[in-house]
Design a protein around this ligand. Structure first.
Ligand code: TEU
Length: 511
Protein backbone atom coordinates (compact mmCIF):
# COMPACT_ATOMS: atom_id res chain seq x y z
CA UNK A 1 0.00 0.00 0.00
CA UNK A 2 2.73 2.49 0.97
CA UNK A 3 6.26 2.53 2.35
CA UNK A 4 6.97 4.49 5.53
CA UNK A 5 10.58 3.42 6.06
CA UNK A 6 12.08 4.35 2.69
CA UNK A 7 13.27 0.86 1.69
CA UNK A 8 10.89 0.58 -1.26
CA UNK A 9 8.71 -2.04 0.44
CA UNK A 10 5.23 -1.38 1.78
CA UNK A 11 4.99 -1.50 5.56
CA UNK A 12 2.81 -0.90 8.59
CA UNK A 13 3.81 2.76 8.90
CA UNK A 14 2.82 3.22 5.27
CA UNK A 15 -0.59 1.67 5.86
CA UNK A 16 -1.07 3.79 8.97
CA UNK A 17 -0.42 6.95 7.01
CA UNK A 18 -3.02 5.93 4.45
CA UNK A 19 -5.82 4.93 6.83
CA UNK A 20 -7.68 8.22 6.19
CA UNK A 21 -7.63 7.40 2.47
CA UNK A 22 -9.17 3.99 3.17
CA UNK A 23 -11.78 5.49 5.46
CA UNK A 24 -12.73 8.10 2.84
CA UNK A 25 -12.85 5.44 0.14
CA UNK A 26 -15.73 4.01 2.14
CA UNK A 27 -14.52 0.51 2.96
CA UNK A 28 -15.17 -0.82 6.44
CA UNK A 29 -12.33 -3.28 6.86
CA UNK A 30 -8.79 -3.87 5.64
CA UNK A 31 -7.22 -7.27 5.00
CA UNK A 32 -3.44 -7.36 5.21
CA UNK A 33 -1.52 -10.22 3.56
CA UNK A 34 0.95 -12.04 5.86
CA UNK A 35 3.00 -9.67 7.98
CA UNK A 36 4.94 -12.32 9.92
CA UNK A 37 8.69 -12.91 9.95
CA UNK A 38 9.43 -14.73 6.72
CA UNK A 39 12.21 -15.32 4.21
CA UNK A 40 9.65 -13.96 1.69
CA UNK A 41 10.06 -16.80 -0.75
CA UNK A 42 6.33 -16.50 -1.45
CA UNK A 43 5.35 -12.95 -0.57
CA UNK A 44 5.26 -13.80 3.14
CA UNK A 45 3.03 -16.87 2.72
CA UNK A 46 6.07 -18.74 4.00
CA UNK A 47 5.79 -17.97 7.71
CA UNK A 48 8.74 -18.49 10.05
CA UNK A 49 7.03 -17.22 13.21
CA UNK A 50 3.27 -16.76 13.58
CA UNK A 51 3.52 -14.51 16.63
CA UNK A 52 5.63 -11.61 15.42
CA UNK A 53 5.98 -9.04 12.62
CA UNK A 54 8.69 -9.15 9.98
CA UNK A 55 11.19 -6.31 10.50
CA UNK A 56 10.61 -5.31 6.86
CA UNK A 57 7.12 -4.24 7.89
CA UNK A 58 7.63 -3.02 11.47
CA UNK A 59 7.32 -4.39 14.97
CA UNK A 60 4.64 -5.99 17.09
CA UNK A 61 4.14 -2.59 18.72
CA UNK A 62 3.57 -1.06 15.27
CA UNK A 63 0.97 -3.72 14.57
CA UNK A 64 -0.84 -2.95 17.81
CA UNK A 65 -0.73 0.77 17.02
CA UNK A 66 -2.06 0.10 13.52
CA UNK A 67 -4.95 -1.96 14.88
CA UNK A 68 -5.84 0.75 17.37
CA UNK A 69 -5.61 3.53 14.83
CA UNK A 70 -7.67 1.60 12.27
CA UNK A 71 -10.36 1.22 14.92
CA UNK A 72 -10.28 4.98 15.60
CA UNK A 73 -11.06 5.49 11.92
CA UNK A 74 -13.93 3.01 12.10
CA UNK A 75 -11.97 0.44 10.09
CA UNK A 76 -11.66 -3.21 11.07
CA UNK A 77 -8.46 -5.13 10.52
CA UNK A 78 -8.27 -8.64 9.11
CA UNK A 79 -4.97 -10.53 9.07
CA UNK A 80 -3.91 -13.53 7.06
CA UNK A 81 -3.39 -16.86 8.79
CA UNK A 82 -1.40 -19.47 6.87
CA UNK A 83 -2.17 -22.89 8.36
CA UNK A 84 -1.48 -25.24 5.45
CA UNK A 85 2.28 -24.85 5.57
CA UNK A 86 5.09 -23.03 7.36
CA UNK A 87 8.37 -21.77 6.02
CA UNK A 88 11.32 -24.15 6.06
CA UNK A 89 12.81 -21.52 8.40
CA UNK A 90 10.13 -22.12 11.01
CA UNK A 91 11.54 -23.55 14.24
CA UNK A 92 9.43 -26.67 13.81
CA UNK A 93 10.87 -27.48 10.42
CA UNK A 94 14.43 -26.91 11.53
CA UNK A 95 13.77 -29.24 14.47
CA UNK A 96 12.22 -31.81 12.13
CA UNK A 97 15.31 -31.84 9.93
CA UNK A 98 17.65 -32.14 12.89
CA UNK A 99 15.67 -34.86 14.67
CA UNK A 100 15.58 -37.25 11.72
CA UNK A 101 13.22 -39.96 10.44
CA UNK A 102 10.65 -41.39 12.84
CA UNK A 103 11.01 -38.55 15.36
CA UNK A 104 8.04 -36.73 16.92
CA UNK A 105 9.45 -33.53 15.38
CA UNK A 106 8.91 -34.98 11.89
CA UNK A 107 5.32 -35.85 12.77
CA UNK A 108 4.42 -32.17 12.58
CA UNK A 109 5.00 -32.24 8.82
CA UNK A 110 4.38 -34.88 6.16
CA UNK A 111 7.62 -36.80 5.75
CA UNK A 112 7.67 -40.14 3.90
CA UNK A 113 10.22 -42.49 2.39
CA UNK A 114 10.35 -42.34 -1.40
CA UNK A 115 9.46 -45.12 -3.80
CA UNK A 116 12.21 -47.63 -4.33
CA UNK A 117 13.66 -46.15 -7.49
CA UNK A 118 14.45 -42.77 -5.97
CA UNK A 119 11.03 -41.44 -6.92
CA UNK A 120 8.87 -39.30 -4.60
CA UNK A 121 6.25 -41.00 -2.39
CA UNK A 122 3.37 -40.21 -4.78
CA UNK A 123 2.43 -38.27 -7.92
CA UNK A 124 1.16 -35.07 -6.28
CA UNK A 125 2.20 -31.83 -7.95
CA UNK A 126 3.08 -28.46 -6.48
CA UNK A 127 0.69 -25.64 -7.40
CA UNK A 128 3.79 -23.70 -8.43
CA UNK A 129 5.03 -26.46 -10.73
CA UNK A 130 7.02 -29.68 -10.39
CA UNK A 131 6.58 -32.48 -7.87
CA UNK A 132 5.05 -31.67 -4.48
CA UNK A 133 7.88 -33.51 -2.72
CA UNK A 134 11.45 -32.57 -1.88
CA UNK A 135 14.05 -34.99 -0.60
CA UNK A 136 16.17 -34.17 2.43
CA UNK A 137 19.72 -35.33 3.20
CA UNK A 138 18.71 -38.52 5.04
CA UNK A 139 16.60 -39.67 2.08
CA UNK A 140 13.08 -38.91 3.35
CA UNK A 141 10.79 -36.65 1.35
CA UNK A 142 8.54 -33.88 2.65
CA UNK A 143 5.30 -32.71 1.09
CA UNK A 144 4.81 -29.15 -0.14
CA UNK A 145 1.71 -28.34 -2.17
CA UNK A 146 3.31 -24.96 -2.89
CA UNK A 147 6.97 -23.94 -2.92
CA UNK A 148 9.68 -26.29 -1.66
CA UNK A 149 10.27 -23.73 1.09
CA UNK A 150 6.65 -24.18 2.26
CA UNK A 151 6.39 -27.65 3.88
CA UNK A 152 2.79 -28.78 4.54
CA UNK A 153 1.84 -29.30 8.16
CA UNK A 154 0.30 -32.51 9.46
CA UNK A 155 -3.19 -31.50 10.57
CA UNK A 156 -3.89 -34.97 11.93
CA UNK A 157 -1.60 -34.12 14.82
CA UNK A 158 -3.36 -32.57 17.84
CA UNK A 159 -0.26 -30.49 18.55
CA UNK A 160 -0.61 -28.70 15.20
CA UNK A 161 -4.27 -27.97 15.90
CA UNK A 162 -3.52 -26.65 19.37
CA UNK A 163 -0.72 -24.46 18.07
CA UNK A 164 -2.96 -22.67 15.57
CA UNK A 165 -5.75 -22.21 18.08
CA UNK A 166 -3.19 -20.48 20.24
CA UNK A 167 -1.99 -18.34 17.32
CA UNK A 168 -5.57 -17.20 16.69
CA UNK A 169 -5.93 -16.21 20.34
CA UNK A 170 -2.59 -14.38 20.22
CA UNK A 171 -3.90 -12.02 17.53
CA UNK A 172 -7.45 -11.80 18.85
CA UNK A 173 -5.95 -10.67 22.15
CA UNK A 174 -4.18 -7.92 20.21
CA UNK A 175 -7.44 -6.69 18.78
CA UNK A 176 -7.57 -8.03 15.23
CA UNK A 177 -11.11 -8.26 13.91
CA UNK A 178 -10.72 -11.35 11.81
CA UNK A 179 -8.66 -13.73 9.74
CA UNK A 180 -8.37 -14.59 6.09
CA UNK A 181 -7.54 -18.29 6.02
CA UNK A 182 -4.97 -19.13 3.38
CA UNK A 183 -5.61 -22.31 1.36
CA UNK A 184 -8.49 -23.16 3.70
CA UNK A 185 -9.37 -26.12 1.48
CA UNK A 186 -5.95 -27.74 1.71
CA UNK A 187 -5.14 -28.56 5.33
CA UNK A 188 -6.29 -32.16 5.64
CA UNK A 189 -4.84 -34.84 3.39
CA UNK A 190 -6.06 -38.37 2.69
CA UNK A 191 -4.30 -40.51 5.32
CA UNK A 192 -2.99 -42.95 2.72
CA UNK A 193 -1.62 -40.15 0.47
CA UNK A 194 -2.91 -42.01 -2.62
CA UNK A 195 -1.76 -41.04 -6.10
CA UNK A 196 -3.93 -38.54 -7.91
CA UNK A 197 -3.69 -40.88 -10.85
CA UNK A 198 -4.91 -38.27 -13.33
CA UNK A 199 -3.31 -35.74 -15.53
CA UNK A 200 -4.21 -32.94 -13.19
CA UNK A 201 -4.25 -29.80 -15.31
CA UNK A 202 -5.98 -27.33 -13.05
CA UNK A 203 -4.16 -27.62 -9.77
CA UNK A 204 -5.96 -24.72 -8.23
CA UNK A 205 -9.56 -25.55 -8.90
CA UNK A 206 -10.07 -29.13 -7.79
CA UNK A 207 -11.92 -31.37 -10.19
CA UNK A 208 -15.48 -32.05 -9.19
CA UNK A 209 -14.69 -35.21 -7.37
CA UNK A 210 -15.38 -36.05 -3.76
CA UNK A 211 -12.65 -37.58 -1.64
CA UNK A 212 -9.89 -35.69 -3.49
CA UNK A 213 -6.58 -36.71 -1.90
CA UNK A 214 -5.64 -33.20 -0.76
CA UNK A 215 -8.22 -30.54 -1.69
CA UNK A 216 -11.49 -29.75 0.03
CA UNK A 217 -11.70 -32.89 2.15
CA UNK A 218 -14.69 -33.18 4.46
CA UNK A 219 -12.48 -33.60 7.52
CA UNK A 220 -11.26 -30.00 7.24
CA UNK A 221 -14.56 -28.70 8.59
CA UNK A 222 -13.94 -30.03 12.05
CA UNK A 223 -11.01 -27.58 12.29
CA UNK A 224 -13.18 -24.62 11.37
CA UNK A 225 -15.86 -25.59 13.84
CA UNK A 226 -13.30 -25.38 16.61
CA UNK A 227 -11.94 -22.08 15.25
CA UNK A 228 -15.44 -20.64 15.24
CA UNK A 229 -15.80 -21.46 18.91
CA UNK A 230 -12.65 -19.43 19.54
CA UNK A 231 -13.84 -16.28 17.78
CA UNK A 232 -17.26 -16.63 19.43
CA UNK A 233 -15.55 -16.53 22.80
CA UNK A 234 -14.32 -13.05 21.82
CA UNK A 235 -17.83 -11.84 20.95
CA UNK A 236 -19.89 -11.61 17.80
CA UNK A 237 -17.74 -9.24 15.78
CA UNK A 238 -14.66 -11.27 14.90
CA UNK A 239 -14.90 -12.95 11.54
CA UNK A 240 -13.19 -15.45 9.26
CA UNK A 241 -13.01 -15.35 5.50
CA UNK A 242 -11.86 -18.55 3.83
CA UNK A 243 -9.69 -18.68 0.77
CA UNK A 244 -11.06 -21.91 -0.59
CA UNK A 245 -10.74 -22.91 -4.23
CA UNK A 246 -13.45 -25.51 -4.59
CA UNK A 247 -15.29 -27.11 -7.46
CA UNK A 248 -18.85 -25.91 -6.91
CA UNK A 249 -20.78 -23.28 -4.90
CA UNK A 250 -22.32 -26.08 -2.85
CA UNK A 251 -18.83 -27.13 -1.71
CA UNK A 252 -18.04 -23.52 -0.78
CA UNK A 253 -21.26 -23.33 1.23
CA UNK A 254 -19.92 -26.10 3.49
CA UNK A 255 -17.27 -23.69 4.79
CA UNK A 256 -19.82 -21.14 5.91
CA UNK A 257 -22.30 -23.31 7.73
CA UNK A 258 -23.63 -21.56 10.86
CA UNK A 259 -21.06 -23.17 13.15
CA UNK A 260 -18.08 -22.69 10.80
CA UNK A 261 -16.55 -19.70 9.02
CA UNK A 262 -18.46 -16.48 8.47
CA UNK A 263 -17.60 -15.90 4.82
CA UNK A 264 -15.60 -17.44 1.98
CA UNK A 265 -14.25 -15.84 -1.16
CA UNK A 266 -16.32 -16.69 -4.20
CA UNK A 267 -13.80 -17.17 -6.98
CA UNK A 268 -16.45 -18.19 -9.52
CA UNK A 269 -17.27 -14.50 -9.96
CA UNK A 270 -13.58 -13.64 -10.39
CA UNK A 271 -13.09 -16.44 -12.90
CA UNK A 272 -16.18 -15.62 -14.92
CA UNK A 273 -15.83 -14.21 -18.42
CA UNK A 274 -17.36 -10.85 -19.44
CA UNK A 275 -20.53 -12.52 -20.59
CA UNK A 276 -24.08 -11.80 -19.43
CA UNK A 277 -25.29 -15.38 -19.40
CA UNK A 278 -22.25 -16.71 -17.58
CA UNK A 279 -22.31 -13.92 -14.99
CA UNK A 280 -25.99 -14.37 -14.35
CA UNK A 281 -25.48 -18.10 -13.81
CA UNK A 282 -22.63 -17.46 -11.36
CA UNK A 283 -24.62 -14.86 -9.44
CA UNK A 284 -27.61 -17.19 -9.18
CA UNK A 285 -25.66 -20.28 -8.19
CA UNK A 286 -23.57 -18.36 -5.65
CA UNK A 287 -26.52 -16.73 -3.95
CA UNK A 288 -28.57 -19.91 -4.15
CA UNK A 289 -25.99 -22.17 -2.55
CA UNK A 290 -25.27 -19.76 0.27
CA UNK A 291 -28.93 -19.07 0.99
CA UNK A 292 -29.19 -22.72 2.09
CA UNK A 293 -26.70 -22.11 4.90
CA UNK A 294 -27.72 -18.52 5.66
CA UNK A 295 -24.30 -17.03 4.88
CA UNK A 296 -23.66 -13.84 2.89
CA UNK A 297 -22.31 -14.12 -0.63
CA UNK A 298 -18.93 -12.54 -1.39
CA UNK A 299 -17.82 -10.83 -4.60
CA UNK A 300 -14.25 -10.35 -5.67
CA UNK A 301 -12.77 -9.45 -9.05
CA UNK A 302 -9.04 -9.29 -8.38
CA UNK A 303 -6.49 -10.28 -5.77
CA UNK A 304 -2.75 -10.67 -5.35
CA UNK A 305 -2.77 -14.07 -7.12
CA UNK A 306 -4.53 -13.32 -10.38
CA UNK A 307 -4.16 -11.06 -13.40
CA UNK A 308 -5.91 -7.77 -12.66
CA UNK A 309 -9.44 -7.66 -14.07
CA UNK A 310 -8.81 -4.53 -16.18
CA UNK A 311 -6.38 -6.68 -18.15
CA UNK A 312 -8.55 -9.79 -18.17
CA UNK A 313 -11.59 -7.87 -19.40
CA UNK A 314 -9.61 -5.69 -21.81
CA UNK A 315 -7.99 -8.53 -23.76
CA UNK A 316 -5.11 -6.33 -24.87
CA UNK A 317 -6.96 -3.01 -24.73
CA UNK A 318 -6.61 -1.38 -21.29
CA UNK A 319 -9.16 1.31 -22.09
CA UNK A 320 -11.77 -1.32 -22.92
CA UNK A 321 -10.69 -3.14 -19.77
CA UNK A 322 -11.19 -0.04 -17.66
CA UNK A 323 -14.56 0.64 -19.22
CA UNK A 324 -15.69 -2.88 -18.39
CA UNK A 325 -14.14 -2.67 -14.94
CA UNK A 326 -16.27 0.43 -14.27
CA UNK A 327 -19.38 -1.47 -15.32
CA UNK A 328 -18.29 -4.48 -13.26
CA UNK A 329 -17.87 -2.36 -10.16
CA UNK A 330 -21.46 -1.14 -10.39
CA UNK A 331 -22.57 -4.73 -10.89
CA UNK A 332 -20.54 -6.04 -7.95
CA UNK A 333 -21.63 -3.32 -5.55
CA UNK A 334 -25.28 -3.86 -6.41
CA UNK A 335 -25.15 -7.52 -5.38
CA UNK A 336 -26.19 -8.77 -1.94
CA UNK A 337 -23.31 -9.83 0.29
CA UNK A 338 -19.81 -8.55 0.97
CA UNK A 339 -17.54 -6.98 -1.60
CA UNK A 340 -13.75 -7.35 -1.47
CA UNK A 341 -11.39 -5.09 -3.42
CA UNK A 342 -7.76 -5.62 -4.23
CA UNK A 343 -5.62 -2.54 -3.66
CA UNK A 344 -5.37 -0.41 -6.77
CA UNK A 345 -8.48 -1.72 -8.50
CA UNK A 346 -10.16 1.49 -7.33
CA UNK A 347 -7.60 3.32 -9.49
CA UNK A 348 -8.21 1.09 -12.50
CA UNK A 349 -4.69 -0.31 -12.44
CA UNK A 350 -3.93 -2.91 -15.06
CA UNK A 351 -1.56 -5.87 -14.82
CA UNK A 352 2.03 -4.80 -15.42
CA UNK A 353 2.89 -7.40 -18.03
CA UNK A 354 6.32 -6.17 -19.07
CA UNK A 355 8.24 -6.24 -15.78
CA UNK A 356 11.89 -6.94 -16.52
CA UNK A 357 12.81 -10.55 -15.73
CA UNK A 358 15.44 -9.53 -13.20
CA UNK A 359 12.85 -7.98 -10.88
CA UNK A 360 10.42 -10.91 -10.87
CA UNK A 361 10.08 -12.41 -7.39
CA UNK A 362 7.16 -14.79 -7.53
CA UNK A 363 8.25 -18.42 -7.09
CA UNK A 364 6.10 -19.57 -10.01
CA UNK A 365 8.61 -17.87 -12.33
CA UNK A 366 11.47 -20.10 -11.15
CA UNK A 367 9.46 -23.25 -10.68
CA UNK A 368 7.83 -23.11 -14.07
CA UNK A 369 11.28 -23.10 -15.63
CA UNK A 370 10.73 -19.46 -16.61
CA UNK A 371 7.64 -20.24 -18.64
CA UNK A 372 5.08 -18.57 -16.36
CA UNK A 373 5.72 -14.97 -15.42
CA UNK A 374 3.93 -15.42 -12.12
CA UNK A 375 2.00 -13.00 -10.01
CA UNK A 376 4.29 -9.98 -9.73
CA UNK A 377 2.39 -8.03 -12.37
CA UNK A 378 -0.63 -7.47 -10.12
CA UNK A 379 1.50 -6.61 -7.08
CA UNK A 380 3.23 -3.48 -8.37
CA UNK A 381 2.91 -0.75 -5.70
CA UNK A 382 0.18 1.87 -5.89
CA UNK A 383 0.76 5.29 -7.44
CA UNK A 384 -0.33 7.97 -4.96
CA UNK A 385 0.76 11.28 -6.38
CA UNK A 386 3.29 13.12 -8.52
CA UNK A 387 4.42 12.62 -12.07
CA UNK A 388 7.26 10.14 -11.70
CA UNK A 389 7.81 6.74 -10.09
CA UNK A 390 7.53 5.87 -7.25
CA UNK A 391 4.55 8.25 -7.30
CA UNK A 392 4.55 8.93 -3.56
CA UNK A 393 4.75 5.23 -2.62
CA UNK A 394 7.72 6.11 -0.40
CA UNK A 395 11.06 7.84 -0.47
CA UNK A 396 13.06 4.80 -1.55
CA UNK A 397 11.66 3.73 -4.90
CA UNK A 398 9.31 0.76 -5.19
CA UNK A 399 10.20 -2.93 -4.97
CA UNK A 400 8.58 -3.56 -8.34
CA UNK A 401 8.86 -0.75 -10.89
CA UNK A 402 5.71 1.18 -11.77
CA UNK A 403 4.89 2.07 -15.39
CA UNK A 404 5.44 5.75 -16.24
CA UNK A 405 1.88 6.15 -17.53
CA UNK A 406 0.52 5.51 -14.04
CA UNK A 407 1.05 9.27 -13.59
CA UNK A 408 -2.47 9.56 -14.97
CA UNK A 409 -3.84 7.00 -12.53
CA UNK A 410 -2.47 8.34 -9.23
CA UNK A 411 -4.81 8.88 -6.33
CA UNK A 412 -4.07 12.61 -6.51
CA UNK A 413 -4.91 12.74 -10.21
CA UNK A 414 -8.24 10.96 -9.67
CA UNK A 415 -9.47 12.37 -6.39
CA UNK A 416 -10.96 15.59 -7.72
CA UNK A 417 -11.96 14.17 -11.07
CA UNK A 418 -15.63 13.29 -10.85
CA UNK A 419 -15.34 11.02 -13.84
CA UNK A 420 -12.46 8.94 -12.47
CA UNK A 421 -12.54 5.27 -11.47
CA UNK A 422 -11.69 6.31 -7.91
CA UNK A 423 -14.68 8.67 -7.74
CA UNK A 424 -16.95 5.93 -9.02
CA UNK A 425 -15.71 3.49 -6.36
CA UNK A 426 -16.19 6.12 -3.68
CA UNK A 427 -19.72 6.94 -4.80
CA UNK A 428 -20.72 3.27 -5.07
CA UNK A 429 -19.31 2.52 -1.62
CA UNK A 430 -20.94 5.55 -0.06
CA UNK A 431 -24.31 4.67 -1.55
CA UNK A 432 -23.92 1.14 -0.19
CA UNK A 433 -23.32 2.62 3.24
CA UNK A 434 -26.35 4.88 2.97
CA UNK A 435 -28.51 1.93 1.98
CA UNK A 436 -27.43 -1.00 4.15
CA UNK A 437 -30.23 -3.05 2.63
CA UNK A 438 -28.09 -3.25 -0.50
CA UNK A 439 -25.70 -5.45 1.42
CA UNK A 440 -28.28 -8.17 1.95
CA UNK A 441 -31.78 -9.04 0.85
CA UNK A 442 -33.04 -10.48 -2.37
CA UNK A 443 -32.19 -9.93 -5.99
CA UNK A 444 -34.86 -10.27 -8.66
CA UNK A 445 -34.12 -10.44 -12.35
CA UNK A 446 -36.19 -8.34 -14.73
CA UNK A 447 -36.88 -9.09 -18.37
CA UNK A 448 -34.02 -7.90 -20.55
CA UNK A 449 -32.27 -8.59 -23.84
CA UNK A 450 -29.89 -11.55 -23.75
CA UNK A 451 -26.70 -9.48 -23.38
CA UNK A 452 -28.05 -7.30 -20.59
CA UNK A 453 -28.13 -7.97 -16.88
CA UNK A 454 -31.14 -6.22 -15.35
CA UNK A 455 -32.17 -6.76 -11.75
CA UNK A 456 -33.98 -5.10 -8.89
CA UNK A 457 -32.57 -4.78 -5.39
CA UNK A 458 -34.07 -3.29 -2.26
CA UNK A 459 -37.17 -1.27 -3.17
CA UNK A 460 -35.99 1.49 -5.40
CA UNK A 461 -32.77 0.25 -6.95
CA UNK A 462 -32.46 -1.32 -10.35
CA UNK A 463 -29.09 -2.20 -11.86
CA UNK A 464 -28.55 -2.57 -15.60
CA UNK A 465 -25.35 -3.79 -17.22
CA UNK A 466 -24.99 -3.88 -20.99
CA UNK A 467 -22.50 -6.57 -22.00
CA UNK A 468 -23.59 -6.60 -25.62
CA UNK A 469 -22.43 -4.69 -28.69
CA UNK A 470 -25.50 -2.52 -29.17
CA UNK A 471 -26.90 0.27 -26.98
CA UNK A 472 -30.07 -0.59 -25.09
CA UNK A 473 -32.96 1.66 -24.04
CA UNK A 474 -33.34 2.29 -20.32
CA UNK A 475 -36.56 2.43 -18.33
CA UNK A 476 -37.62 5.99 -17.35
CA UNK A 477 -35.98 5.96 -13.93
CA UNK A 478 -33.76 8.42 -12.16
CA UNK A 479 -30.11 7.64 -12.95
CA UNK A 480 -28.33 7.35 -9.60
CA UNK A 481 -24.93 6.24 -10.82
CA UNK A 482 -23.53 5.57 -14.27
CA UNK A 483 -20.31 3.86 -15.28
CA UNK A 484 -20.16 5.79 -18.57
CA UNK A 485 -22.10 8.69 -20.06
CA UNK A 486 -25.42 7.61 -21.56
CA UNK A 487 -25.82 8.16 -25.25
CA UNK A 488 -27.68 11.31 -26.39
CA UNK A 489 -30.77 9.21 -27.07
CA UNK A 490 -30.75 8.07 -23.43
CA UNK A 491 -29.65 4.53 -24.26
CA UNK A 492 -27.12 2.58 -22.21
CA UNK A 493 -24.00 2.04 -24.34
CA UNK A 494 -22.17 -1.22 -24.70
CA UNK A 495 -19.90 -2.24 -21.75
CA UNK A 496 -21.64 0.19 -19.40
CA UNK A 497 -23.76 -0.10 -16.28
CA UNK A 498 -26.20 2.09 -14.41
CA UNK A 499 -27.96 2.20 -11.07
CA UNK A 500 -31.50 3.43 -11.46
CA UNK A 501 -33.64 4.87 -8.69
CA UNK A 502 -37.39 5.42 -8.53
CA UNK A 503 -39.33 5.53 -11.76
CA UNK A 504 -39.39 9.20 -12.68
CA UNK A 505 -43.12 9.10 -13.36
CA UNK A 506 -43.80 8.20 -9.71
CA UNK A 507 -41.70 10.95 -8.26
CA UNK A 508 -42.90 13.68 -10.59
CA UNK A 509 -46.52 12.85 -11.32
CA UNK A 510 -47.94 14.56 -14.36
CA UNK A 511 -50.61 17.15 -13.57
O1 TEU B 1 -3.11 -19.02 -2.66
C1 TEU B 1 -3.62 -20.31 -2.75
C2 TEU B 1 -3.66 -20.76 -4.15
O2 TEU B 1 -4.20 -21.79 -4.46
C3 TEU B 1 -2.91 -19.92 -5.09
O3 TEU B 1 -1.93 -20.71 -5.58
C4 TEU B 1 -3.76 -19.35 -6.14
O4 TEU B 1 -4.80 -20.18 -6.43
C5 TEU B 1 -2.97 -19.19 -7.38
O5 TEU B 1 -1.93 -18.33 -7.10
C6 TEU B 1 -3.80 -18.63 -8.49
O6 TEU B 1 -2.96 -18.40 -9.55
C7 TEU B 1 -2.68 -18.62 -1.41
C8 TEU B 1 -2.13 -17.21 -1.46
O7 TEU B 1 -3.16 -16.33 -1.83
C9 TEU B 1 -0.97 -17.18 -2.39
O8 TEU B 1 -0.46 -15.89 -2.53
C10 TEU B 1 0.09 -18.11 -1.85
O9 TEU B 1 1.14 -18.21 -2.75
C11 TEU B 1 -0.46 -19.50 -1.59
O10 TEU B 1 -1.68 -19.47 -0.88
C12 TEU B 1 0.48 -20.30 -0.73
O11 TEU B 1 0.43 -19.85 0.58
Amino acid sequence: MADGSGDGIGDLAGIRARLPYLRDLGVDAVWITPWYPSPMADGGYDVADYRDIDPLFGTLADAEALIAEAHEHGLRLIVDVVPNHTSTRHRWFREALAAGPGSPERQRYIFRPGKGSGAPPNDWRSVFGGPAWTRVADGEWYLHLFDASQPDLNWDLPEVRAEFEDVLRFWLDRGVDGFRIDVAHGLVKHPGLPDLGVDHEDLVKPPDRTNHPHWDRDEVHEIYRSWRRITESYGEDRIFVAEAWVSRPERLANYVRPDELHTAFNFDFLRCAWDAGALRAVIDSSIGALREVGAPATWVLSNHDVVRHVTRYGKGDPELGRRRARAALLLMHALPGSVYHYQGEELGLEEVEDLPEEVLQDPTWERSGHTKRGRDGCRVPLPWEGTEPPFGFGTGGSWLPQPAHWRDLTVAAQLDDEGSMLSLYRRALHLRREHPALGDGELSWLDSPEDVLLFRREPGLVCAVNLGDTPVPLPPHEKVLLSSEPLPDGKLPSDAAVWLGQPLAHRHPRR
